[in-house]
Design a protein around this ligand. Structure first.
Ligand code: UT7
Length: 325
């Protein structure tokens, strides 16, 4: 049976940065509150003429280059996002066109912050059943388009960016195990009410600010800690490994306190945890692939290293992955 490895990574974020001090001028908040409650110091915000496909394309180009393949070698493109350029067509198709990846199919995947790891599971399945040799999986978001800049409880948390990885067929296993889960019972704790078929855009829905993220942060926090711990344990058990075996832990970059709580519960030392939430905020489905790319390019991931991912997001959805590099 063929295996699948991550053969290249890439990431991209808009140049423009908004610091906590910039938010102090917009809403009743402080740099101190944001730092102590979340660990965030700044986030990247897309310029008006930049959309999700633009950042995704830049990240994808780098990932394809790093994998040492031609875009024509890609058999498929899976884009995880909750902020596509348009409702349809799939933003993955726009990226396929810009890359010139003529042999690739493309579709978008909506699984909140867990989307990238969901995409890795789909890509692995396609590769190991022989449908493709290389699959590009991207997580990309323009969260600033759905952030309510009048709601201090959410607007300070998110940021824009994109991360991508090329999955390739391989002799030796790279992806050791994956675990996905969902529970739609609590969907309203983190959602955007307007814009879809339940509540199409109207003047009234716009006036009521229904086209922005709504989140019960505290409830999401508790679920995130519990579930990121349990899914990490599940994915380790599946591979017959222990937290001690991990070289690097890449948790979802939503909140420093969530990462710290999960780290402690798993008994992983601080120096093995990758953190960039201070510079990006929560970029939803782009969070894990941006962190992975920074870890790879920054020399935090070396040949033979075992990397653990764990994510939690809207849906609720969650996902964990264990990958050997
Ligand atoms: O991507 C996956 C999903 N997202 C997450 O994982 C996010 C999960 N949640 C969180 O990260 C945290 O719950 C938050 C950072 C959102 C909030 O931290 P918290 O410690 O749970 O605070 P809280 O919601 O309990 O709010 C505490 C207080 C409230 O005031 P009162 O009611 O105690 O007077 C809020 O109104 O902090 C207030 N507050 C703020 N104060 C200053 C909320 N947002 C702000 C703000 N600046 N930006």
């Amino acid at each position: 049976m063929a295996s699948t490895k991550i053969s290249g990574t890439g990431s991209s974020a808009p140049e423009k940065v908004m610091t906590n001090f910039d938010f102090e001028k917009i809403v009743e908040t402080s740099d101190e509150w944001i730092r102590t409650r979340t660990g965030i110091a700044q986030r990247h915000i897309a310029e008006e003429d930049v959309a999700t496909s633009d950042m995704a394309y830049e990240a994808s180009k780098k990932a394809v280059e790093a994998a040492g393949i031609d875009p024509m070698d890609l058999g498929g493109i899976i884009l995880a996002t909750v902020t596509p350029d348009h409702f349809f067509p799939a933003t993955a198709c726009l990226i396929q066109s810009r890359l010139g990846a003529k042999n690739a199919f493309g579709y978008d995947l909506s699984a909140g912050c867990s989307g990238f790891v969901y995409g890795v599971q789909m890509g692995q399945g396609l590769i190991e059943t022989g449908a493709a040799e290389h699959i590009l999986v991207i997580g990309a978001e323009t969260m600033s388009r759905i952030m309510d800049f009048e709601d201090r409880a959410t607007c300070v948390l998110f940021g824009d960016g994109a991360g991508a990885a090329v999955l390739s067929r391989s002799e030796i296993p790279g992806i050791m195990s994956l675990y996905l889960g969902a529970n739609g019972d609590d969907w309203e704790l983190l959602h955007m009410p307007g814009g879809g078929s339940r509540m199409p855009p109207t003047e009234e829905s716009l006036r009521q600010r229904q086209h922005y993220i709504k989140m019960k942060g505290n409830d999401v926090f508790k679920e995130a800690v519990k579930t990121m711990e349990s899914s990490s344990i599940k994915v380790l058990m599946k591979a017959g490994l222990k937290p001690d075996d991990i070289d690097l832990f890449i948790p979802h970059q939503a909140n420093r306190r969530i990462m710290e709580a999960v780290r402690k519960r798993l008994g992983i030392p601080t120096e093995k945890v990758f953190v960039n939430v201070d510079r990006y905020g929560n970029t939803s489905s782009a969070s894990v692939p941006i962190a992975l790319d920074e870890a790879v390019r920054g020399g935090r991931v070396n040949d033979g290293d075992l990397v653990l991912f764990s994510v939690f997001g809207a849906g609720f959805t969650w996902a964990a992955g264990l990958v050997r590099f």
